[in-house]
Design a binder for this molecule. Structure first.
Ligand SMILES: [Zn+2]
Length: 231
């Protein structure tokens, strides 16, 4: 087998190794971060937070209303208890009672409104919790698949590395360093010759170049410098 063929093989193996590494990197990122799961988690967290805010508002206002009810009760005791006899004082208490009752009515309306919002919030939270749990469950399944895929790619990579070592041992130092040097410039270092053309730059080779390519020496394209390989 010609050296050029060996180098061509080496190039193919190295491309496959590179692809495998990129694949592993992609899988690693996929395992680390799942956008759908994060979105579901955020929505659920927001709904929970909003609900607890509403519940706190309700508790605070309810306590305030309770306090107010006690105050009203105190005033009513005075008004109807018979102990206060002074008419002026009684009128004063009546006015105060009216003001406080109006305030309490408003509070009660707000409490009802809050209660409705809390109920809606509970429904939302339950729904979003279920969505989150469903996405999470699906994601656990996906992760199993991704981990299995990782193992497969890693196994393939081990085989490729071994294959690379094997091919490397059959290429002489000089050819190898030439290959590495051309590879550093980017793109393919070894290209096929098809119908008398270098498939790297698509230039026709001269007759003498073609003859040399058919031999067992490493020949570079006189135009682009790539190593030529005739299959
Ligand atoms: Zn060329």
């Amino acid at each position: 087998m010609s050296i050029a063929k060996r180098i061509f093989e080496l190039q193919q193996i190295e491309v496959a190794i590179q692809t495998a590494h990129e694949q592993l990197e992609r899988i690693r990122k996929d395992i680390e971060y799942n956008d759908a799961l994060e979105q579901a988690r955020r929505s659920f967290d927001n709904a929970r937070l909003m609900l607890s805010e509403l519940e706190k508002q309700y508790r605070d206002l309810d306590a305030e209303a309770e306090e107010l009810r006690k105050n009203i009760k105190g005033i009513e005791d005075k008004l109807y208890g018979g102990k206060v006899k002074n008419p002026k004082e009684l009128i004063g208490y009546e006015q105060e009672e009216r003001v406080l009752k109006t305030k309490l009515d408003k509070m009660d309306d707000t409490l009802i409104d809050l209660m409705e919002r809390i109920e809606a919030g509970k429904t939302d939270t339950t729904k979003l919790k279920k969505v989150f749990e469903d996405v999470q469950r699906a994601w656990e399944g996906e992760k199993v698949v991704l981990k299995q895929k990782t193992r497969e790619v890693e196994e393939g990579l081990t085989l490729l590395e071994a294959k690379r070592e094997g091919v490397l041992s059959e290429i002489d130092e000089g050819s190898l360093s030439l290959y590495k040097e051309i590879k550093r410039r980017g793109g393919q270092a070894v290209v096929k010759v098809e119908q008398g053309r270098c498939m790297g730059c698509h230039c026709f080779l001269s007759v003498s170049e073609l003859q040399r390519v058919r031999g067992n020496t490493v020949v570079q394209c006189s135009n682009c410098g790539r190593i030529l390989y005739l299959s």
